[in-house]
Design a protein around this ligand. Structure first.
Ligand SMILES: *[C@@H]1O[C@H](CO)[C@@H](O)[C@H](O)[C@H]1NC(C)=O
Ligand SMILES: *[C@@H]1O[C@H](CO)[C@@H](O)[C@H](O)[C@H]1NC(C)=O
Ligand SMILES: *[C@@H]1O[C@H](CO)[C@@H](O)[C@H](O)[C@H]1NC(C)=O
Ligand SMILES: CC(=O)N[C@H]1CO[C@H](CO)[C@@H](O)[C@@H]1O
Length: 440
């Protein structure tokens, strides 16, 4: 039933002059293999399965606190041109800031609100805490179905006055932020404690090293988030581990590419020269959105274009299309200290012992309690697996697929289908692999 032929692929690929010649020859074969891998299994007796119709679109990014914060934070991080492979959870950062906001007053509180609401004129959405709590719940319920997720948030305190128990309880039940105490040791001991927490939160995985220094003075509050996700596709990709191709990132490297031809939400913005693809994860509770420039380039041009309006438009325009996808098998791992970026975005008073108002965290907070750090550990695994092998999926009728060949840097999002919230945002600029010396 698959209308995919090598001839069609050759015609397609021949129109892409940037692809090295060696890829032109072998790509069609692999894609066809990928698309036909056990497609016959379900075709005989499969009636209209539960996933036969495209599920309804999630709520758009505009107006969602995780997207509002996520996009601004992403752009602040990427304004540093040395940034490589950034990844973070806008939902977890927003929730931790939301918890802190509940413990703050005055200008500190206003500045936190400013991060979670659309900019000038700040229109405060009183539903922000509820929205965040609902999104956290939705993602946690998708764990084990659409992805394997490990996620923790904590507020560490260093030699602080007694902390209000109502704040502790509210942070934990609503925002899933646990209160932890940093020991009396020096900054080296603090760092060790934080890194051990991150490692345990990532279920034993060693995150990337933290570049920033941690100097927690007495009265410091440190927000920490750790997230590790492995997505499980609705439909499996094929991979041939011995078949290595070139990823044209910061450095050219040899990587394993995964392939699949199928029906996906897809949009091509020819003015901005970017392809937008949304691939559902198993069970339909979440999806991965990829933004890929038409040609090999670093992501700076695309990043300057990004606004919530444009993203919402792209996601809305994406329609079910035959697409032949190739993705690198890769991990994106990133450890971040977000102080500089949050200051740039307007969170200024919280860091200053004299200006910070954390009266909701402790009654005796004046002149002492302040924000000492916002740390973030994240890792995402891009692999070929699906959620369940014998999912009752309908056969797809693929016709002259568009090529989505991600052999160069792309931006990626993981969003929740029910609430539309943004669990992860990141960029793959460099894929680990054997370096290629004779650059093409
Ligand atoms: C809050 O910020 C405004 C504007 O920056 C400033 O005029 C005011 O004094 C601040 N209030 C407090 C309590 O610090
Ligand atoms: C997801 O499920 C795994 C395995 O059951 C569990 O270890 C992990 O803590 C869960 N993650 C979250 C965020 O609940
Ligand atoms: C990604 O990380 C996982 C877990 O550490 C590992 O098993 C896998 O081999 C890694 N994938 C790649 C492509 O390096
Ligand atoms: C290409 C391939 O893997 N084909 C397999 C599909 O599944 C049937 C049984 O369900 C196998 O017999 C085929 O070998």
């Amino acid at each position: 039933m698959f209308a995919v032929t090598s001839v069609e692929f050759r015609q397609k690929t021949a129109m892409l002059p940037r692809l090295p010649f060696c890829l032109l020859i072998s790509l069609p074969v692999l894609l066809v293999q990928g698309s036909t891998t056990n497609s016959s299994k379900k075709s005989a007796d499969a009636p209209a399965g539960p996933v036969s119709r495209p599920p309804p679109l999630p709520p758009p990014p505009q107006g969602d606190p995780s997207w509002t914060l996520g996009l601004r934070l992403y752009q602040a991080l990427r304004s540093d041109s040395t940034s490589v492979n950034v990844l973070f959870s806008p939902l977890l950062v927003a929730s931790s800031l939301g918890a802190l906001g509940e413990g703050s007053g005055g200008n500190t509180s206003n500045q936190v609100q400013g991060l979670l609401n659309p900019p000038s004129p700040v229109k405060v959405d009183t539903q922000v805490p509820e929205r965040l709590a609902e999104a956290l719940k939705s993602f946690s319920e998708a764990n084990g179905t659409s992805f394997h997720l490990h996620a923790s948030s904590a507020v560490f305190s260093k030699q602080v006055p007694p902390v209000d128990q109502a704040f502790v309880k509210q942070s934990q039940t609503r925002f899933r932020v646990k209160h932890q105490t940093l020991g009396k040791g020096d900054s080296k001991a603090d760092l060790k404690q934080l890194q051990d927490w991150a490692k345990a939160s990532l279920s034993g995985l060693e995150g990337a090293p933290l570049e920033a220094e941690i100097k927690a003075r007495a009265g410091a509050l440190i927000l920490a988030n750790a997230v590790r996700l492995k997505g499980l596709w609705e439909r499996e990709f094929s991979e041939e581990s011995t078949d290595r191709r070139t990823f044209l990132g910061k450095k050219y490297t040899k990587v394993v590419m995964m392939h699949r031809a199928g029906l996906y939400r897809f949009h091509e913005d020819t003015d901005n020269m970017v392809q937008v693809l949304e691939a559902p994860l198993w069970g339909g509770r979440a999806s991965v959105v990829l933004l890929l420039p038409f040609h090999v380039e670093n992501l700076a041009r695309l990043e300057k274009l990004l606004t919530l309006e444009l993203l919402s438009k792209w996601l809305e325009k994406a329609s079910v299309t035959s697409v032949a996808i190739s993705l690198p098998k890769a991990n994106i791992t990133s450890t971040l200290s977000l102080q500089k970026q949050l200051v740039t975005l307007g969170l200024t008073d919280a860091w200053d012992q004299k200006l910070a108002d954390f009266s909701g965290v402790s009654a005796k907070s004046k002149g002492k309690l302040h924000l000492g750090g916002v740390l973030h550990w994240a890792t995402l695994e891009l692999a070929a697996q699906t959620g369940k092998e014998d999912a009752d999926l309908q056969e797809e009728h693929i016709d002259r697929p568009k090529l989505f060949y991600a052999d160069h840097p792309f931006i990626l999002f993981v969003r929740d289908s029910a609430t539309g919230a943004l669990l992860l945002m990141g960029a793959l600029d460099h894929a680990e692999g054997e370096p290629l010396h004779d650059e093409l």
